[in-house]
Ligand binder design. Sequence first.
Ligand SMILES: C[S@@+](CC[C@H](N)C(=O)[O-])C[C@H]1O[C@@H](n2cnc3c(N)ncnc32)[C@H](O)[C@@H]1O
Length: 245
Amino acid sequence: MTEWFEQWFGEEYHALYPHRDEEDARRAVDLIRGVVRWSAGDRILDLACGPGRHAAALERLGGRVVGFDLSRAMLRRARERTRVGLVRGDMRALPFRDGSFALAVNLFTSFGYFLSDDEHRRVVHQVAAALASGGHFVLDYLNAELVRRTVQLSQEAEGRAGTDDRRTEVRVTRRIGQGGRFVIKEIELRDEGRRFEERVRLYSPDELAALLMDSGLHVVAQFGDYDGTRLGPDAPRVILVAARS
Ligand SMILES: C[S@@+](CC[C@H](N)C(=O)[O-])C[C@H]1O[C@@H](n2cnc3c(N)ncnc32)[C@H](O)[C@@H]1O
């Protein structure tokens, strides 16, 4: 069975989220740089790098960046943007040597996509193993509490979709499902008669911290947005910086 994240992260996704741009990525990377130091020879993993906007920003600050992603379309975009190493694969089976990265980042809710918590645990476990001793992992996630409060049953929006930049009518519907554990977004490209689904596990900050702890990572800093906002119930993001013990 094809999973939702194998279908959705193609050109349509890219066209629908134009505001998630390089400026946004630069802010995220600046925030990380304020907490984590690395030197030019250090390896940095951008896990689920998408179109490479963070990988490009990290590379500009020095470090040998590797972008990892499942989507061929995203990796093609990343290649247009940056010369960093790019590897295609599934984050549930990372192909990297133990202890080989000084820093790993997973940004803009690129986690929580699987049905079982065991799969998520496996991902974090492998990331932790890929970090050198004293290495850091930055997880930038949705704020589950805020999502639960703000989900509207039917939200219609007009967006630009498609590879040729023409406008197409998009209907987005969000709901909480599967026993309250996931936020499920249905994206319908009406002109094309196509539908996609996005399904993300609603992990609270404490649950994320516990997942990290399970793999020997402890949280050393936390933020509620890329500008360094405090983490709280109304914060747009949950950004955890964890260190390998
Ligand atoms: C929300 S996008 C964010 C991309 C990028 N971090 C950014 O902020 O631009 C999530 C990314 O996760 C990737 N992805 C989804 N499932 C994956 C998996 N099982 N293994 C590796 N990458 C995956 C998608 O292809 C997509 O590029």
